[in-house]
Design a protein around this ligand. Sequence first.
Ligand code: UT7
Length: 323
Amino acid sequence: MTARAQVRGVGHYLPDRVVPNAAFEDTLDTTDEWIRSRTGIERRHFAAEGQTTSDLATRAARAALEDAGLEAADLDAIVLATSTADLTFPSAATMVQANLGMERGFAFDVQAVCAGFVYALTNANALILSGQAQRVLVIGAETFSRIMDWTDRGTCVLFGDGAGALILERAEGDGTAADRGILATDLHSDGRHRDILYVDGGVATQTTGHLRMQGKEVFRHAVEKLAATAHTALDRAGLGPEDVDWIVPHQANLRIIKATASRMGVPMDKVVVTVQDHGNTSAASIPLALSVGVARGQISRGDLVVTEAIGGGLAWGAVVLRW
Ligand code: UT7
């Protein structure tokens, strides 16, 4: 018997306010047509005034708990991927813990920007396999609208707010790729590329700062690195592209999503795409896409799912799991 971290529930939350591309035409030299054709994005959700990342995360967590038929008291840990925590500290994860009324266990944030959910899943998997926790709530939640420079058309039209959550639970498998649960993971970072995607504020500047990106450079790294990490993770699981039921990629740009699927040798009808409705929600994009993919009837129990993401750091990675 082999311990496996299996998905027990999934859920998401999107703020009510939906902003179509055309809304940017009034204040910026941009068009709906440019944004659609260069990115695939059509609209995004923005948090209401005063609504924080931990608020969105709590809503997604409640949805995942309901889906799993569990209470907060049944959880041992919360791992929350975010780069837009409410405060410098404490972690947004501990805020969610309090909001859920969870009085035991432990909670912490993972900060790997757009790769955050892949990092969080990998950490939660390790907690379960090492026996530290039986059930872990894994959340990706962001309010990137708080760190946009609204005068920079190269970035502010790309991002959105939202949250998604999964509950992972320890179960026994046979140790084969037919098991449900996380089958393989692969993580990387390369801090030499810190200047192509970063926020120019923080403790060092005593400001929150704004997101800065050399889009073309990030694009180039994304296309090259995402397919490679997905292949590595599949290899580790003893599987190949032909075994994939769904790629659930980080949702930054439809052109990156298509190029990665093509390099992986997986057709686009096996890719869950939500970027048109959510924009780039950084660490929230994969759990949002997983939850929406299930709600649409695309992902079902037993399906082989590959998630892959890249973001600031650069940090990137992939997780192969059987749903
Ligand atoms: O989630 C973390 C990872 N992030 C990503 O994966 C983002 C990766 N990068 C991208 O998705 C793309 O590089 C962008 C969507 C950011 C940009 O697309 P691009 O095809 O690489 O365009 P570009 O940056 O080369 O810009 C082409 C032109 C430029 O004008 P000139 O210099 O050719 O006159 C830009 O100034 O498009 C201009 N441009 C815009 N035009 C209208 C940039 N943003 C806009 C805009 N509206 N919003």
